[in-house]
Design a binder for this molecule. Structure first.
Ligand SMILES: [Zn+2]
Length: 301
């Protein structure tokens, strides 16, 4: 069996410097077969200085990633659904985050921006990025109101924007590539982060159309860590896109839902390319951190 299905309380593995197939290791002593030679190194649920920490917060059905950089700068990408406002504030408190240096609302859907109004109202926020698309919902309006009441401005998120966040970390916005899309999901902000030799791609709910636009743009999409777009929906994460990204491991932000997320099609496409998968619905919060050479990942369950 290539991957270990039942992760124990803490499963940690390393992605060694380039060229290694993705290893998994477990404290269970179970059938790790050929992966057994890979070292179990550390448990890593704490934010570590000197590392790029990407925390895929368990917000049930929805998405939210909290990033803490090597010198402690913070970034919040999305904030779960409307009923997650308290949870978001609780997460920030529990990780000791008092200021969000960069806040990104990937697109105006409720399962991504629902909890952000509470964050904006209650936490010190630096710069806010949002794509140029609106939605006629109370959720979207209350986010705009919270931003306005705080006296903050929105900077347009689009392909080509570079984020100035932490020294030594390159952050490129790869999407939205075009100004107009039919589906709100395709306006999703897609970010590529690069810290020394390691990289991550965070995708919001971008679908095939946006994936194709990113591929056509000629940008380097390769990344070790892929956040699987749109909760593992069948209309995202094409085989072609996966070949362009070539991830070693992936995180699906998903909870109980009626949409069939994550779909067997998407899971199969990931399996076909030997991508190790973590899921919020199965693993709780997924915590990935890198010193720029290797990744370590811990899961809540
Ligand atoms: Zn979504």
């Amino acid at each position: 069996m290539k991957f270990i299905k039942n992760l124990l309380i803490i499963t940690v593995f390393l992605l060694l410097i380039s060229g290694c197939s993705f290893p998994t290791a477990t404290t269970s002593g179970s059938t790790a077969t050929k992966m057994q030679q890979k070292p179990i190194v550390e448990s890593n649920l704490k934010i570590e200085n000197g590392k790029l920490n990407i925390i895929f917060l368990d917000v049930s059905q929805g998405a939210s990633q909290l990033l803490v950089g090597p010198t402690g700068k913070t970034m919040l990408i999305d904030g779960g659904d409307n009923d997650k406002e308290e949870l978001m504030l609780e997460y920030l408190r529990s990780y000791g985050v008092e200021k969000i240096d960069i806040l990104i609302a990937t697109h105006p859907d409720a399962d991504h921006i629902g909890g952000l109004d509470a964050v904006v109202s209650n936490v010190d926020v630096g710069k806010i990025y949002m794509p140029k698309v609106t939605k006629n919902t109370k959720t979207f309006e209350s986010l705009l109101t919270a931003i306005k009441e705080k006296g903050l401005k929105i900077t347009t998120a689009k392909a080509g924007v570079k984020l100035d966040w932490e020294p030594g970390i390159e952050i490129d916005m790869l999407a939205p590539v075009k100004d107009k899309y039919e589906d709100t999901n395709n306006y999703s902000v897609v970010l590529k982060l690069k810290y020394k030799d390691r990289s991550a791609l965070l995708t919001g709910d971008a679908e095939f159309i946006s994936e194709n636009d990113m591929m056509d743009s000629g940008k380097d999409l390769s990344a070790d860590l892929l956040m699987v777009s749109h909760h593992g929906s069948a209309g995202s994460t094409s085989s072609k896109f996966l070949k362009a990204v070539q991830p070693e491991f992936a995180v699906i932000q998903v909870g109980e839902n009626n949409y069939g997320h994550p779909t067997s099609k998407t899971l199969q496409r990931l399996k076909d390319q030997d991508v190790h998968i973590y899921r919020n619905d199965l693993n709780g919060t997924v915590f990935a951190s890198t010193d720029g050479q290797k990744w370590s990942v811990s899961v809540e369950k």
